[in-house]
Design a protein around this ligand. Sequence first.
Ligand SMILES: Cc1cc2nc3c(=O)[nH]c(=O)nc-3n(C[C@H](O)[C@H](O)[C@H](O)COP(=O)(O)OP(=O)(O)OC[C@H]3O[C@@H](n4cnc5c(N)ncnc54)[C@H](O)[C@@H]3O)c2cc1C
Length: 424
Amino acid sequence: MAYSKEFQVAIVGGGMCGLACAVYLSRAGVKVDLFESASKFGEVGAGVGLGPNALRALDDLGLTEAMLAHADQEVPDQRPFRFVSGLPGHEHIHDYEALPEDLGLGIHRAAFLDALVDLVDPAITHFNKRCTSVSLNGSRPVVHFRDGTTFEADIVLGADGIRSTVRQAVTGDPVGTKRVVFTRTVAYRALLPYEDIKRAGVTWDLTDRPFCVVGVDKHIITFPIKNGKIINVVVFCTNRSIREGSVEIPLNQWVTPAAEQEILDAYADCGPEVQRLLSLIENPSKWSIHSVDPPLTTFVKGSIALVGDAAHGMCPHLGAGVGQGFEDSLVICKLLTHPETDMSNVLDVLRAYDQVRRQRANLVLKRSGEAGDRYESLHEGDNTVTIENLRSELSDQWAFVHHHDLRADIGTAVEILRRDGGFK
Ligand SMILES: Cc1cc2nc3c(=O)[nH]c(=O)nc-3n(C[C@H](O)[C@H](O)[C@H](O)COP(=O)(O)OP(=O)(O)OC[C@H]3O[C@@H](n4cnc5c(N)ncnc54)[C@H](O)[C@@H]3O)c2cc1C
């Protein structure tokens, strides 16, 4: 087979970002191999919210049609968030005002992954391949796997999620360095049929927009998927009595089963709408929310680059994590497939990717943490001032995420390459 580029790319990690890169690069005729540690592609049983910037990135990656075909929804819709108090009385706090062109989509993760998997050539995917390290043979990266095998390529993309192994090859951190911290927040996730929610007496219409239920050291996010038939519910609780980063959760306890009563107890101070909603959650699992901290000072070392959570795993409070990963995917794929990119300048190209992506992704990471604090800022008693402050802080919290011009970033990267001699 004739390839469009002389270089070969190894992608480590077949989550949403690794798959998006694999589909785009192989469609563009680049030789790609994708290595996934699991025995098959898989996602958790939950929804994922995609904002306007994520949808634009997916569109430019050529993935919109396949995604919508799996979303039970023909077109994305406008998704202005509604903020309400979780405390008795359920005061309306704020309706986020989106622009008419600010389209978004809630989709079941597994459905979205299926859409991507359908587009990947099985011949380039390798399962049960857990990367344990990446070394260099001269300037060529070599991926080492737990089964004792290795794979040498010209470029390695680390798309292996927040617990990334490839990250260490980029940061050069001594073994044992902590790059990911427990944020003190846990999340319980559920998918609830809207019919059940109505039957339980919840009067909020959770089908036409996402909700954020603001509380005291706790908040709930809901958004509709499958055209409003199912509501994705994420219930957050934060233990502010411990210092962030002071507690380490063993890897095998990041996700654990939890008792229904644990959630009801944590939300005992909340009003009837919340109680009715939470009473529907059965057999919840509890996720310890981690984020990359401190943020990385580079996403690239030589011919090894990080994309998605491997680069900037963040709190989910702006619903922006995978959107940032798709932005990475788009920028790196467009640059690698640029007509002027070849073996002689590929390291410059990866450096340009780092230059245009890192600052933005790290800002979204930082502000995602701050958003979580905002949603949990009510306190016992009179919240008049808090709610007034909240309204003004919430009014433009997503503008910088949603209205970013990614095509301009790609243009900037090309300008950098021309200025610095990477592109003649
Ligand atoms: C509770 C919660 C809610 C969220 N909600 C949203 C939301 O609404 N919107 C949003 O944009 N984001 C959301 N996020 C964030 C989003 O889930 C992540 O940003 C996204 O999944 C990252 O995708 P990824 O492909 O980078 O990594 P992952 O999805 O983690 O995929 C990594 C892949 O690499 C594989 N892998 C891992 N290690 C290795 C290895 N050593 N070798 C080989 N393969 C390996 C894994 O098996 C996996 O397939 C949420 C996160 C959480 C925790």
